[in-house]
Structure formats: C-alpha cells, structure tokens
Design a protein around this ligand. Structure first.
Ligand code: FAD
Ligand code: UDP
Length: 368
C-alpha cells in the first residue's frame, strides 16, 4: 500500500480531510474526476472577476471554530448577502423582512405587518403546516407567498409547493426588523481571490490527480491505499443497485457584458413562473469589483438525470428512505467512509461540510 487514504473528490470535504490527515502524518492521494479542484465551490477567474462556476457561494457560519479554521486558509471580505426579488416590475428585499412588507403593503410597523399576515391566513386554519405551501402561508401570508415564493419554488424544485417538505422554506430567515442580511449567522464573507485558492491551500502538500474518475479505475486505485474517503454520490458507488436517488440539477448560462454594472447587486431572484430562470448572479459584486466589464450567470433549474451534475438532493420521504438503505450498506464497509453532500445525500452548507469533515478527522486520525 502506497497511501494511507485515497480521497475521492477534491471538494471541501475531501480537501479538509486531506489537510488534517497530512498534519497527522498520513499520506493521501486525492482523485478528482473534473479537470480542477474545489468541487462545487470552484471559482474561475475571468478578466479579474471570480466566476462561481457551480452557483454562487457565500460563506456564513455561527460556529466560531469553523470560522477560525477557514480564516487560517483564506482572508474573507465583508460581503453580506442581500438578494433582491423581482416579481414582474416590482422589486423587493430578501429575506422576508420589514423592507419587504413595507414595499408590499405600504406599511411601516411590525405590528401592521403581523396584522396583515394574520388576516390573510385567518380562514385557512393551518395548525401544523404539512407542506411548503402551508408553511410559507402561515409564516408570511398570501401576498408574499403568491409573489415571492410560489413561482420561484416551483421553478427551483419542478414540483408543486403542496408536494414539497416544509423545511425547505424554513432555511430562509423571517424578520420583523429592517434587516436585509440573508443569513442570521455571526460570520459571513467571501474568500479574497475566490474559493479555489482556499481549497488549493487546504490541499498543499497532498498529491492530487485530476480528470480521474474513481469508478472507472476502482480496482487499481483501491489497491493503492488502506482506506478510502468517498465524497461522490452514494447510489452511484453501488451502481444504483437499490434504486436511483433524485436530485435537482442547474444549468448556468454565463455571459460577459460590455458594461460596468448590470443589475447593481450580486443576486437577483426572478420569482414569477413565466421567467424561465430562477436567478441572475452578477459575480463581480461578491468582491466589490470595479472592472470595466461584468459577468452574469442565469440559473435554470432542471430535473437531474444520469450524467448531469447533481446539485440539490430531493429529500422527500421516498428518497430519504432509499438513502437510509444505502447508508445501511455503507455502514458495513470496513475500509470505506462516505462523506460530503453527495455521500450523505443532504443539502449541507459549506460550514457544515467542513464541520462534518473535521468530525470525521477526530474519529479517524490519531490526536495531534
Ligand atoms: P463537492 O463540492 O460536490 O465535491 C465532491 C467532488 O467529488 C466533486 O468535485 C466531484 O467532481 C468529485 N467526484 C464525485 N464523484 C467522483 C468520482 N467517481 N471520482 C472522482 N471524483 C468524484 N453553501 C454555503 O455555505 N453557502 C452558499 O452560498 C452555497 N451555495 C450553494 C449554491 C448551490 C447552487 C449549491 C448546489 C450548493 C451551495 N452550497 C452553499 C453548498 C456547497 O456547495 C457545499 O456545501 C459544498 O460544495 C460541498 O462540498 P463537498 O466536498 O461535499 O462536495
Ligand atoms: N425561496 C423562494 N423565493 C426566493 C428565494 C428562495 O421561495 O426568492 C425558497 C425556495 O423554495 C428555495 C428556498 O426558499 O428553495 C431556499 O432558498 P435558498 O436561497 O436557501 O436556496 P439556494 O440558495 O440554496 O438555492
């Protein structure tokens, strides 16, 4: 055996594990099927602009230890995410807060907003929300639901809001203060120079083979290491033998425009059903860029089929039950460990992925 660990996937999970294993004196080989490191947080520099190739990524956490950890590998700027929602010609602040309500209803105080929401849901009799629609209605009332949630969510998930789990919408803060910060977390920012540099630092001193699909070279790669940390799709690892887990995929249409500033904000969500994309990202605003041109990406959400990039796990009952069956199989593996968002079939934010990787290191690696 040449290596202690074979790490499949050069995303955040694999890179954090590689970094910690190196510090613990272990020898690792990272294999990555794409032609670059950093997984979905990969940023590609185009004319001085960091383009988030697999979707916009804003780092945010309330976990001080995780914040200190990432700050060892990158400097973070002071970017605060404050998306705009566009419904036809109306513009609203997100997340749902007093700016949103004031614009929607011409009111000024939290009590007025609460009264309007209460009056809009009084006759619905929702005690325990059973799905996303009921959850959204009971939180923000009918107007906000119809204009800012229904169309966006149905485009994003390709399903009726009544068929989606309530927890999806609970990810968004709801506030009765005038605060447009999309996240409630204590720490937030974007690594200066992009996420790729951060992952590069994590992988410093570890051998990485790009353009190498583990599943196509399984036998020869398995022979190289004692243990395997696998951050790809768990069902694909088992050749979909128990069934196929569902994902949503995203197609990005990226273009450079000969103007300095296209939309005045990094993120504009298009919440009406008729606009085919869900949002437009203007990448330079994540870094307060002053370049003469700008780069935008329109995001189109679609159902995932084999061969597409998997982005969002569809955590409904059927998929969660199927995942559990795969997990039972995985638990019996002796030298194979699944990790990351694809290995765990869970929507993990970056801080949670790093925390999960560090937790694995605590169990797996000798204490320093
Ligand atoms: P990945 O980054 O997916 O890395 C897995 C790697 O494994 C990939 O590079 C893949 O190519 C490789 N791989 C898979 N199979 C094989 C194989 N057979 N052989 C070799 N290599 C293989 N989080 C936030 O905190 N803030 C955000 O703003 C945010 N925005 C997001 C936006 C979108 C559109 C999405 C989808 C996610 C977002 N996230 C965000 C979540 C974030 O992307 C994840 O937490 C993080 O990327 C997960 O890291 P990972 O290492 O688990 O997975
Ligand atoms: N959402 C919405 N309208 C918006 C933004 C979000 O209805 O303008 C809903 C939608 O269902 C989405 C969920 O809130 O899936 C979570 O949004 P988030 O911004 O966290 O999604 P992500 O950035 O992960 O795509």
């Amino acid at each position: 055996m040449k290596y202690d660990y074979l790490i499949v996937g050069a995303g955040l999970f694999g890179a954090v594990f590689a970094q910690e294993a190196k510090q613990a004196g272990k020898k690792c080989l990272v294999v990555e099927k794409r032609g670059h490191i950093a997984g979905n947080v990969y940023c590609e520099e185009i004319h001085g602009i960091q383009v988030h190739r697999y979707g916009a990524h804003i780092f945010h956490t309330s976990d001080e230890k995780i914040w200190e950890y990432v700050c060892r590998f990158a400097r973070f700027n002071h970017y605060i995410n404050s998306p705009i929602a566009r419904y036809r010609d109306e513009l609203y602040n997100l997340p749902f807060n007093m700016n949103t309500f004031s614009k929607m209803w011409g009111i000024a105080t939290p009590q007025e907003a609460r009264d309007i929401i209460a009056s809009q849901i009084a006759d619905l009799g929702i005690a325990e929300p059973k799905n996303l629609e009921e959850q959204a209605l009971s939180l923000v009332g009918r107007d906000v639901y119809e204009k800012l949630i229904k169309g966006y969510t149905e485009k994003q998930w390709g399903r009726d809001c009544k068929d989606l789990p309530a927890f999806i919408i609970k990810r968004l803060p709801l506030r009765f203060t005038y605060d447009n910060n999309y996240f409630n977390d204590r720490f937030q920012g974007i690594p200066t120079g992009g996420y790729t540099k951060l992952v590069e630092k994590l992988l410093e001193g570890t051998e990485v083979r790009l353009d190498t699909d583990y599943l196509q070279h399984r036998a020869e790669l398995d022979a190289l290491a004692d243990k395997i940390v696998y951050t790809g799709m768990i069902d694909q690892y088992y050749d979909y033998s128990l069934g196929v887990l569902q994902y949503r995929s995203v197609r990005f249409e990226t273009e450079e425009l000969e103007m300095e500033n296209y939309q005045g904000n990094a993120v504009v969500n298009y919440t009406e059903r008729q606009v085919p994309y869900t949002r437009i990202i203007e990448h330079k605003h994540f870094e307060f860029g002053t370049q003469p041109t700008t780069i935008i990406s329109r995001e189109y959400s679609s159902e995932w089929t084999k061969g597409d990039e998997p982005y969002y796990p569809v955590n409904d009952e059927r998929n969660n039950a199927l995942y559990e069956q795969y997990r039972e199989k995985a638990d019996k593996e002796e030298r194979l460990i699944f990790g990351g968002r694809l290995g765990g079939y869970k929507y993990y934010d970056m801080d949670k992925v790093i925390a999960a990787a560090l937790e694995l290191c605590r169990r797996e690696l000798p204490p320093r």
